[in-house]
Design a protein around this ligand. Sequence first.
Ligand SMILES: [Zn+2]
Length: 487
Amino acid sequence: MGIRFYADSWLTASAGVGLLRALENTGYGWEKFVKGNSLELENEIFERLGDIYSDYILKDLGHAKFREILENRKKKFNLYNAVIYEKINDFFSNSPLTNPSGTKVVGNTFNALFEKEEDTEKLFIEGRKLIAEFIKEKFMEILNYPKSEKICYFCRERNAYKKKGKVKVLDATNFTPLAASLETVENFFWEGRSNMYLCPECEIFLYFSAFGFHRTPTGTYLFVYLPDLESTKRMNDILKVETNLRSFMNRTIFEASKILEGRKADWILRNIYIVEIEKVGDAQANVYTMSITLRLANAIKGNIESYPEVFKDLFEIFLDYIYSGRSLYEFIYKILSGFFYKQRYKKLKGRDAKLISRGMKFKDSLPNSLIYFIKFQEVLNMEDREKVNKQINWAYREGLALRDTYYKQMKDNKKASRKIEGISYRLLEAVRRRDTDVFQQNLIRAYLEAEKEIPYVFVEALKNGSFNRIAYAFLIGLNGKSKEDVE
Ligand SMILES: [Zn+2]
């Protein structure tokens, strides 16, 4: 049996992802190490972890970067710190890997060499070697402390070690953000425990967590945690290209809904956390964990596949609305007002401007795929799906039918379209003001003028909480194309 690690919280999962990335970087097929939410390394691979760690940390230290570091060196130059700090110091400040009193030694050794050696190539090779050796040495040191009686909190298998007579526990040196903002994560990870004993193997494991997080251009760190390590690794790899929290979240939900087919999907979605670490000082950070609500996850899982192609360019805004809890009726309203009041909008600015200008692009009619947003909102409202869909489709068809009647009766298409426009303005205004009475009066008038009887169900439906869905569906139908029909 090899050395086993568990990735059963976001902290250990980030270490798991980091370790897998490092193994991958050194040339191992990482999948074979993963078993559910644990990870197992054969002894000889575990013994190579120092090399694997430095391989990963030095992977983008090429000749150019090396020369740049040397050229920009200050008076108290330490090559090790210059290379390593930007990679891991936000995570493990004051750890054996970063503590300046320890790293001073490797810095001085390099400086002595630097004074004698003029060949940059040789310096490059020696510099890398010194850094790698220091890391290996520190890992060995951790492994060689005497064992205590206490069992490690993280693996529940191995014994914690003793340092200066004290049993080693997880602290700020092992994961700075967590310790520095205990309050933020108290209930989530720390659980008020002060004695999270730590074995040497798990400590080394935790030093890989920095490689699991994704650093955004604004200097925050992001990680998404799924309840099994393989999905967590794949998801975080996909998300490496995202640049901010918003797009990171969008992509998470989008990818999750794609990969999470089948029975486990509900359970997995319920257990996705996004962790954001925001550095606020040298050894101070805020840790935020965000979960995706079940209601939202279900709505997305069941409906995202049928997101209308016509509105592909509004997808990000759509997600923005649903995460922030803004009603999609507002979203539809913006599109409709762009469509109806094309002359009103001259200079458009901001996020909603995109919705309005999208509406302006529809010339004579609205696509029936707008109905999608009504249905989506009603899923979020936890309404009875079948009943709601029936109502929406019915209101949409009534709108279409009234439109056809006007076109047939008036013969002059221009006149008919102006007529419908007038009715639509008034109805939309009533919707905006949520005035069911005015909406109804205008509706009755519209049917009277068409010499049609107003469908009785209308009057009933407008009385209860169905106003928005009926009013919008009807308006979209009234301005639709009669060829189109809804599913
Ligand atoms: Zn352990």
